[in-house]
Design a protein around this ligand. Structure first.
Ligand code: HEC
Length: 123
C-alpha cells in the first residue's frame, strides 16, 4: 500500500545516509594505508609504523600528518626539518616542549617504524 511504502523507503534512505555519514567520519580519522610493495603485500615495518602513528600521534599531528596541536609532519615538512632521520627519531624518543617523550612507552623498533612511516607514507 502506498501509505506504508513511502515511510519505509524514507526510513531506508535515512538509514543509508547514516551509514554513509558514519563511514565517511571513520575514514577521515584513519592514517593513510601503507601502499602495497612489488610483491603485493605492504612493508611490515611500515604497517607497525602506521599502527603506532594512528594510536599515539594522530590525535596531535592529524590522521594524515597535516597538523593539529602538534606541527604538520606530512608533505615533506619533517623531511625538510630533519634531513637526518636520527634527529627526527631523537625528537620522538626524547620529546620537546609540548611534544611528549616516547622512549619510555614505545620500543626502539616502534620508534624506527613510526619514523619510516612518517617519512615514507605521510611523505
Ligand atoms: C600531546 C600531543 C602530541 C603527541 C601525542 C605527539 N606529538 Fe609530536 N609534537 C607535538 C608538539 C606540540 C610538537 C612541537 C614541539 C616544539 O618544538 O615545541 C611536536 C613535534 C614533533 C616533531 C617535530 C616536528 C618539527 O617540525 O620539528 C615530530 C617529528 C613529532 N612531533 C612526531 C611525533 C610522533 C611520531 C608522535 C607519536 C609517536 C607524536 N609526535 C606525538 C605534540 C604531540
Amino acid at each position: 500500500m502506498w501509505f506504508v511504502r513511502a515511510p519505509t523507503s524514507r526510513r531506508s534512505f535515512l538509514a543509508a545516509l547514516l551509514v554513509v555519514v558514519v563511514l565517511a567520519g571513520a575514514c577521515a580519522g584513519q592514517a593513510p594505508e601503507v601502499p602495497l610493495g612489488p610483491d603485493g603485500s605492504p612493508d611490515a615495518e611500515l604497517v607497525v609504523g602506521r599502527e603506532v602513528y594512528q594510536r599515539r600521534c594522530a590525535n596531535c599531528h592529524g590522521a594524515d600528518g597535516g597538523g593539529g596541536t602538534g606541527p604538520k609532519l606530512a608533505d615533506g615538512a619533517v623531511v625538510v626539518q630533519y634531513p637526518d632521520p636520527a634527529e627526527h627519531r631523537a625528537v620522538i624518543a626524547e620529546g620537546r616542549n609540548a611534544m611528549p617523550s616516547f622512549s619510555g612507552s614505545l620500543s626502539t623498533d616502534e620508534i624506527d617504524a613510526v619514523v619510516r612511516y612518517t617519512r615514507e607514507v605521510l611523505g
